[in-house]
Design a protein around this ligand. Sequence first.
Ligand SMILES: [Zn+2]
Length: 484
Amino acid sequence: MSTLVDYPTFSESPFFFDRRNLHIPQEEAKHIQDHSKPTVSYYFPKDVGNYHYGERHPMRPHRLMLTNNLVLGYGLHNNMDMYNPRKATEDELREFHDADYVEFLKRVTPKNAQQLTKDYTMYNIGDDCPIFHDLFNFCKQYAGGSLAAGRKLSQGGTDIAINWSGGLHHAKKGEASGFCYVNDIVLAILELLRYHPRVLYIDIDIHHGDGVQEAFYLSNRVLTVSFHKYAVDFFPGTGNLSEIGSNLGKHFAINVPLLDGIDDESYISLFKSVMEPTITTYRPSAIVLQCGADSLGCDRLGTFNLSIAAHGECVRFIKTFGLPLLVLGGGGYRQSSVSRCWAYETGVCNGVELPKELPPNNYYEFFGPDYSLHPPLSGHIQNLNTRQSLERIRVSIREKLRYLNGAPSVQMQEIPPDLQGFLESEERKQEEVDEEMNNGTAGEDRSDGPQKRNEYFDLEVGGDGHGASGVEQQTSRGKRTIRF
Ligand SMILES: [Zn+2]
């Protein structure tokens, strides 16, 4: 059963709409400079940008179309392996989510919603998390992207995997929350845990990564670190310094609660001084980075002052540790900023420097009046974080990190015995085995180079929402228990 709480909701925030100024596209700048060459895999579920939460809802999946257009416009598809992942199966969703909740998501439609209003309370459906057309396929698509990315990383098939449609960090085991229905991050981390003894989760969305923290709150195999705004009237109302995990997971949750208006310099300084000792102490073998873009300045729901360059600097810094890295999206409610940010960070992942001028693309009118990759976003909100308050947070977290030394998980072997047994007991689909051996695509369409480019631009895709893989795929995994 879910419980009703009085936490503030997203819907209390004012909604705004994009001002679309038509401008003539400028000359494309074509200089992309190579710095280093990690293998990067880019997952874009083909239809995921075509869903609509509702006319006045601030979450716009359409931002993914803008992002993809900029990524392709900059020619980044020439640097990466591009995938149209298959949808997650119901079995895969049930690896974390309750069976009754998955069944509800499967059954509910805007048409039959009247008969299911009793379930609305139970599953936290409402203004923040409305029922919209083809909701379940939307969930399966973005979750399928994160799962495919996780599988690829687990077997060393790529250094970095990106799924901007993922990162829905608020969803709970048995209920929707904060625009999130299925928690693709938890599902991807569970996939990584099949092979990785310790996974580090980092969250730079302006909202607390509560769903992921809660899922692994009792575990020392996942360390969650969330940087977010913390205030009594700000969603989701959790994420204080005192939330540190419990039982085996005690000290394996870190929260960095911030106030309005934090600027580039303070944020980057704090981020690096927390993450560097966290990574060297915890020694994760894989990292998941949620890049919610509502921490940028000028966001419609967020109240930070970060520039795209500063947000991207966090990605760059984490990349320097050279660990298998899953990069996910998240919040972000000004489409023009979100898409710029994630295109820029796709460049960061690939080690290329993108020209400041945006390339011509199908949505050019969104990016006026400057048509620049780095519009001024900072300085609109008063910075309430003082040097002293940030220093107190820094010292407090450094203190907490001392408890990680000697923690059981840090002394684990490469693959813990219980997980090894679990793997042996499991049947894998042949196509997934092939994929893990790096010689298959596990039901995914792979597109190399610009010849497949049109499929990402296609806005005329038909209404069945099934993606390229078409039919529902049943796994042969059966029910299983993950211990953590
Ligand atoms: Zn957010």
